[in-house]
Design a protein around this ligand. Structure first.
Ligand SMILES: Nc1ncnc2c1ncn2[C@@H]1O[C@H](COP(=O)(O)OP(=O)(O)O)[C@@H](O)[C@H]1O
Ligand SMILES: [Mg+2]
Length: 520
């Protein structure tokens, strides 16, 4: 059973709905969840659920509400039978769950763990932690008095997580991606010294020393008004920037995107890379383009796409977002890979354009990506605008938002492993590629043509799109013999490859075996 409070309250359990129907039951549940696993005095529950009636009346009603809540949490249990989940204990009640069943607690655990991790792992942990957020904590109760301290605590932790996420990006040599988030966080917390320091590092690393110094001066000016001055770490950084400290440059040189560990630059894929480059050039000139990369598992689709992304998403290049379809979750969660790709786009170098396009054209999507809301946008207003979202409306909004994003820079939308895609994602792929309006957009999808469950739905769709001439098929076959030899030489540079090893390996791996793409 899972309880979610980083957004509207949701319970993932045996009940047919995700939260109890009654407002008082929901309030009691919220209050119990603040102290999940611990006893909450009955008085505190009364404070949470009743502010309008005399205590004795409320106290009588509490037992009934608790019984309703038990019925919701454990629909199978006979009414009246003792509950092991919502237990009466001493002066109150306890929700007997492991705190790790609550998303807010897992968020905190990831955040704490990240503090001790090296940048790449910390970045991944913080990504996971931040992705648990769906909206304002404790949703409906965000302004309720009983929840306020906890809501404020969680929101502070979220800001910490965002700051740590930005710092990890800078440490990973991806300062460009960190800058928009840092600026937004600083607007919320204008006296944030550590935020300023990381922003200065990020700006300096991208060659914007003047802006780095301006960030320092803005902070110093605000502190002076309070009779304070910046602390030593920020002051030291300012000094080092002014002195053009070479250590600083070496440490934070604007780096090319790091190759993902374990993903070597591919050998023998020049032809495929050439086709992807041509497709991107067409997209950049305003011709929306789709490329559907297909081949058996392990043949090298992701490696090819990663290599292409590394060059396409250089500063000044395309804005790229990658979404991964996941086997066991695919059909259940509509648009999951698209949302993931949007999240990445919204954190990338074109963050501003992406966020603006979503805010102006796609409120039904923005409500699904609440962590993208900044303090200038009222979440309530977005929810209001998103009311009455239908599948058709979401689709239409995303088509328009993607067109708008392309105005700032060509957009590269990558959807990996589409054989696992949910129907909504496939509908979007279909609609976005068939749309006639010009757009600077390249949609790159990968899939396996057939698996244990026969041919996936995306294979027929890809065929259809290619026949219509709105997408092209890019089959990835096994490596030919010279590429295998090249790979072995790179892998074992000490030399002394036995003659004839490459051809044997290539044959064993089925190199050069003719494969036909689905559409030619
Ligand atoms: N062209 C290549 N050169 C070197 N290694 C490769 C190449 N293509 C794939 N690999 C390696 O093969 C493995 C599987 O490749 P991957 O791209 O993940 O396959 P797919 O996405 O098609 O399932 C990876 O470990 C990758 O590093
Ligand atoms: Mg793959």
């Amino acid at each position: 059973m899972e309880f979610r409070v980083l957004g509207t309250i949701e319970v993932d359990g045996p009940a047919p709905t995700s939260s109890p129907a009654g407002a008082k039951e929901r309030a009691i549940l919220a209050r119990l969840l603040i102290d999940a696993g611990r006893t909450v005095p009955a008085d505190a529950l009364l404070d949470a659920g009743w502010d309008d009636v005399p205590r004795e009346v409320a106290a009588r009603s509490l037992a009934v509400r608790v019984a309703n809540l038990r019925a919701f949490l454990e629909p199978g249990r006979e009414r009246g039978a003792p509950s092991s989940l919502l237990v009466r204990e001493g002066p109150g009640y306890r929700l007997a769950v492991d705190p790790r069943q609550v998303d807010a607690h897992r968020f905190e655990l990831e955040l704490r763990a990240a503090a001790a991790l090296p940048p790449a792992e910390a970045h991944a942990a913080l990504d996971r932690a931040l992705s648990l957020w769906r909206g304002s904590p404790y949703g409906d109760f965000v302004d309720a008095e009983f929840a306020q301290a906890e809501v404020r605590r969680l929101e502070d932790l979220r800001a910490d997580a965002q700051a740590a996420h930005a710092r990890a990006l800078v440490e990973l040599g991806r300062p460009l991606e960190a800058i928009p988030a840092l600026r937004r966080l600083l607007e919320q917390e204008p006296l944030g010294e550590e935020l300023t320091r990381v922003l200065m590092l990020a700006l300096y690393a991208t060659g914007r020393q003047v802006e780095a110094l301006e960030a320092y001066r803005a902070l110093a000016a605000r502190l002076v008004e309070l009779g304070l001055q910046p602390g030593e770490p920020v002051r030291e950084l300012e000094r080092r920037i002014l002195e053009q400290d070479p250590g600083l440059a070496a440490q934070h040189e604007p780096a090319a995107p790091l190759p993902t560990p374990g993903r070597p630059a591919p050998v023998g894929r020049e032809h495929e890379l050439g086709r992807l480059r041509a497709a991107l050039a067409a997209a950049a000139s305003g011709q929306r383009t789709g490329v559907l990369v297909h081949g058996e598992p392990g043949v090298g689709k992701s490696t090819l796409v990663d290599a292409f992304l590394a060059e396409a998403a250089q500063p000044g290049g395309a804005a790229a977002g990658v979404g991964q379809c996941v086997g066991h979750r695919g059909p259940g969660e509509p648009y999951m890979p698209v949302l993931e790709a949007l999240g990445e786009l919204a954190r990338g170098p074109q963050a501003e354009a992406v966020r603006t396009a979503l805010a102006q054209r796609a409120p039904t999507w923005l409500v699904e990506l609440p962590w993208l809301l900044d303090e200038t946008t009222d979440p309530e207003a977005v929810r209001h605008r998103a009311q009455g979202a239908t599948r058709a409306r979401m689709l239409r909004e995303m088509l328009e938002a993607l067109d708008a994003m392309g105005k700032a820079a060509p957009v590269l939308l990558v959807l990996e492993d589409l054989h696992w895609a949910d129907d909504s994602t496939l509908d979007l792929l279909d609609a976005v590629l068939r749309r006639r309006d010009p757009a600077r957009l390249l949609v790159l999808g990968t899939f396996r043509p057939a698996g244990e469950h026969g041919e996936p739905a995306v294979a027929a769709l890809a065929h259809d799109l290619c026949v219509r001439g709105v997408a092209e098929s890019l089959p990835v076959g096994r490596l030919p013999e010279p590429a295998v030899e090249d790979y072995l030489r790179r892998r074992f540079p000490a030399g002394g490859l036995p003659d004839g090893l490459a051809p044997v390996l290539a044959r064993r791996a089925g190199a050069g075996c003719p494969r036909r793409g689905r559409c030619g």
